[in-house]
Design a protein around this ligand. Structure first.
Ligand code: UGA
Length: 409
């Protein structure tokens, strides 16, 4: 099928490359000319595992191309995916062909019908409307786009549903066909539930600490219940990123606007806001007053395998340490420069070794694979005092002999 993808950010580009890899002919367009240029040269404008190779492959095979105008993107397409922050009016097509316009952006239930439909109608062109939420995790977006565990297709009628289903014919996973509003809601429901799981794990780990119980064992027991799976129950310094905080907040506000007080989701946000304080408390327990102490933060992006710093927990951690008079040093394999622009008081260095050198304490905030390979010796030989707070549960406490090691839970 001929598909066009409007918006070549992580969601748009990974979806475009996945569709092309699966054999569809895909045309991409982005309003940003330098982004178009980069993508057409095979240079992804963001970091995402595997995307560079996969992009180059589909460009070489001529199954994916980037065009300079919206017209050129839409003209040959049967299905147009909107992967932009806010869908806007486009210049579009002039023939009378009825195309299927699919919203992939995360939008509150009702937006596709109430906002996107009038824009398309104003253009006077015939169209069908669909919603196909994405469930891609940053860092694994391509893998998730190629092998989803489910596909949700919202359609404005049976013909749209048929077109969308045929697009995903080769997918082996369950496909759920719904109306537009339901598909939009599934995305919010999913992210809100996952955020709730993380906040629950964080709170449970705090309780385990207070009660003198090992979270590991409790987690095992919990995960063995077939109604609860063990994933997304890793406690730490809280969730960040461009999705969980934003989507939960949006659902809370939507609830309030409609006369529902979403108490549980409000509690999830409130719990997440303060969870990082546990890491600071461990440092204070070990080091006393943090004034003048050198503290390293390993991992500045909101998680490992991404350069995205949006709502990273490294922000409140760094700001809190700075307000206590600590000298804060940070390291991240990718996100250092972006982080320093926001919190310039943090000294961003180029390696783990430099970050740890002479440090009185360190907080692991990012779950980069390289950090999980750190040994007790790495901390003991470089730090002034080997106080380590594992904020992402990536190190084995049994292997940390000699380190004053803490983790939540
Ligand atoms: C999330 C969802 O997982 C995707 O399914 C969704 O498509 C995406 O949002 C989106 O809406 O675009 P992402 O934000 O990339 O993906 O990151 P996650 O891997 O879900 O992690 C979110 C945050 O929760 C991170 O800060 C992570 O460290 C934290 N987390 C996650 C935990 O603290 N514990 C866990 O067990 C899992």
């Amino acid at each position: 099928m001929n598909i066009s993808v409007v918006g070549l950010g992580p969601v748009g580009l990974c979806s475009a490359v996945a569709f092309a890899t699966q054999g569809h002919r895909v045309i991409g367009f982005d309003i940003d000319a330098s982004r178009r240029d980069q993508v057409s040269r095979g240079e992804p404008p963001f970091y995402e595992k595997g995307i560079r190779e996969a992009l180059r492959k589909v460009l070489r095979a001529k199954r994916f191309s980037v065009v300079d105008t919206m017209d050129a993107a839409i003209e040959p397409a049967a299905v147009v995916f909107l992967c932009v922050g806010t869908p806007s009016r486009e210049d579009g097509w002039r023939d009378g062909k009825r195309r299927t316009v699919v919203v992939k952006s995360t939008v509150l239930p009702g937006t596709t019908d109430n906002v996107v439909r009038p824009i398309l109608e104003a253009s006077g062109r015939p169209f069908r409307l669909g919603v196909n939420p994405e469930f891609l995790r940053e860092g694994r977006a391509l893998e998730d786009a190629l092998r989803p565990d489910r596909v949700v297709l919202g359609a404005d009628g049976p013909e749209t549903a048929r077109v969308l289903k045929s697009l995903y014919r080769s997918s082996k996973c369950p496909v759920l066909a719904t109306d537009l509003k339901t598909a939009e809601a599934v995305k919010y429901a999913t992210n809100s539930f996952l955020a709730t799981k993380v906040a629950f794990a964080d709170e449970l780990a705090n309780l385990c600490d207070a009660l003198g119980v090992s979270y590991d064992e409790v987690h095992k027991g919990l995960g063995l219940d077939s109604r609860i799976n063990p994933r997304f129950l890793v406690p730490g310094v809280g969730f960040g990123g461009s999705c969980f905080p934003k989507d939960v907040r949006a659902l809370v506000s939507a609830g309030r606007r409609h006369g529902v007080e979403p108490r549980l989701l409000e509690a999830v946000l409130a719990q997440n806001e303060v969870q990082y304080l546990r890491a600071i408390a461990f440092l204070e327990e070990e080091l006393g007053d943090l004034n003048g102490k050198r503290i390293a933060i390993l991992g500045l992006a909101f998680k490992g395998d991404t350069d995205d710093i949006r709502e990273t927990r490294a922000f409140p951690i760094a700001r809190s340490l700075l307000s206590k008079g600590a000298l804060v040093v940070g390291y991240d394999p990718l996100a250092g420069p972006a982080f320093s622009k926001v919190v310039p008081e943090v000294k961003v260095v180029d390696s783990v070794k430099e970050a740890l050198a002479g440090a009185d304490g360190t907080i692991l905030q990012g779950d980069w694979p390289a950090f999980s390979r750190l040994t007790a010796k790495d901390f003991m030989t470089t730090m002034a005092t080997p106080v380590v707070v594992d904020g992402r549960r990536i190190l084995d406490p049994k292997k940390m002999r000699g380190v004053r090691f803490h983790r939540i839970g």
